[in-house]
Design a protein around this ligand. Structure first.
Ligand code: ARG
Length: 453
């Protein structure tokens, strides 16, 4: 069944039908029914439906919702999209009164209401999953305790840090992803019903009633904007892409940590996979695929922006393609968050062989604390590193006389600073720096904003 036969003498060509119909919107069926219930309530409120008609339509819609949730709803070849399927089935269930459902409505505002209802729910689900991941990262940070690691710049060891500090850097990234979804949610939470095909209606509709019935925080201000804008979809996909990119980046660290070269962490068998050829292998495929799958989600954002960029106002059928992209982005993030959260819960740290040079900056800062200009102190320590390297030695076997021969402003206690990455960490006082105190502070701060277990 089409919703528009009257003006046509011929049926659509098979190839045209196959090209224009869509089944990617079927998951919107529950929201389409809820949106229609809100519309029916508004039509009855303004007197465009009698109470009896509204009851009949509502009953039919409830029956459709039951069929959908029990998996019994049957689509037909001739359903152009999910909206057509619901209206067709409603006609089968309640007869001619079904023809009144679309009063004052177009699929153009209807599809937006469906997608907005869907994305509102999806955003709060993703926020809960992200909270779970922040909790798993905080849990891993607690578990690794006082494990010392190196921070890196240019993938060269830089300064000693608590491994927990590295894990918590990701927790803060995912916290911002939560805030981003919360921000997007505000802009998704706007009812477009009443905008109709493009310019509204001559009927006495009351969009505020529909909006409040459906639990929207606001209603549209401009009907053309309401039916044609998809920035809420692109923004949602961007939230997914940014969170996927964070998962990808964490995934890259997890892959590195599992190598024999880094040998910093191990993940449970349940989160590693084997090789068909190499019997000894335990591969971090979950982390690799977080990295790999981020690519197509970034592509979804590009698709959604490109979809909008040259479109004249208002609705154009191009917009049908928005759903495939945003559902792909959201589904990929959903699966990625679940898998990486599990992987983080299984992480066991193995103590790292930290380079003895990671305390070089501390040694320079010991001189700075005695009034030596930083640039000079940097040069003094650099020359010491060069000399020790030439002698085949490191800070690990540094002696007091090595220091005092290099510069009389060094003091005996500086040997301990140079030789111990753990001491280097303890001496750091800058808030938010890689120190034990900072890790405790961060965990407390994350606990105060998150629902951590
Ligand atoms: N399936 C369509 C979409 O997703 C619904 C709106 C169709 N509107 C129309 N005027 N043909 O965009």
């Amino acid at each position: 069944m089409t919703l528009w036969g009257g003006r046509f003498s011929d049926a659509p060509a098979d190839v045209a039908w196959a090209f224009t119909t869509d089944d990617s919107d079927r998951r919107l069926l529950g929201d389409d029914v809820v949106g229609s219930m809100g519309h029916v309530a508004m039509l009855a409120h303004v007197g465009l439906l009698t109470a009896e008609e509204a009851t009949q339509l509502h009953g039919g819609l409830e029956a459709i919702r039951d069929e959908w949730s029990s998996g019994e709803f049957a689509f037909t070849e001739s359903d152009e999209d999910v909206h057509t399927a619901v209206e067709r089935r409603l006609g089968e269930l309640v007869g001619d009164v079904a023809g009144k459902l679309h009063t004052g409505r177009s699929r153009n505002d209807q599809v937006c209401v469906d997608l907005r209802l869907y994305l509102k729910r999806a955003a709060s689900d993703r926020i809960s999953q992200l909270e779970g991941l922040v909790g798993a990262l905080a849990g891993a940070a607690r578990r690794v305790g006082d494990t010392v690691a190196a921070s890196y710049t240019h993938l060269q060891q830089a300064q000693a840090i608590p491994l927990a500090h590295h894990l918590l850097a990701y927790a803060w990234m995912f916290r911002r992803d939560i805030a981003r979804f919360e921000g997007a949610l505000e802009r998704i939470d706007v009812s477009p019903l009443g905008a109709g095909a493009a310019a509204g209606s001559s009927l006495p509709l009351d969009p505020a009633v529909t909006a409040s019935h459906l639990g929207f925080g606001a209603m549209f201000d401009n009907s053309l904007d309401a039916v044609s804008s998809r920035d809420f979809v692109a923004e949602y996909a961007f939230c997914c892409a940014q969170a996927m990119t964070h998962l990808s980046r964490l995934g890259e660290d997890l892959v590195l940590w599992a190598t024999e070269e880094f040998d910093m962490a191990d993940y449970g068998d349940a989160f590693t996979t084997g090789s068909s050829a190499l019997p000894q292998k335990r591969n971090p495929d979950v982390a690799e695929l977080a990295r790999g799958k981020a690519a197509a989600v970034i592509g979804d954002v590009t698709a959604l922006l490109t979809l909008q960029k040259g479109l004249p106002l208002a609705y154009n059928r191009d917009l049908q393609e928005d759903k495939r992209a945003v559902f792909h982005a959201d589904d990929t993030l959903t699966a990625g968050l679940a898998a990486i959260t599990g992987m983080m819960e299984s992480l066991v740290a193995t103590p790292q062989d930290v380079s003895p040079w990671v305390t070089a900056l501390d040694l320079a800062e010991a001189l700075v604390s005695r009034g030596v200009p930083f640039r000079e102190a940097h040069h003094v320590v650099g020359a010491l590193v060069l000399r020790l390297t030439d002698e085949g030695r490191t800070f690990a076997d540094l002696t007091e006389s090595d220091l005092t021969d290099t510069d009389p402003r060094f003091e005996p206690g500086d040997v301990e600073v140079a030789r111990s990455p753990a001491t280097s960490i303890s001496r750091r006082t800058v808030p938010g720096a890689g120190s034990w105190g900072s890790v405790e502070h961060q965990l407390a701060a994350l606990e105060s904003v998150s629902r951590l277990d």
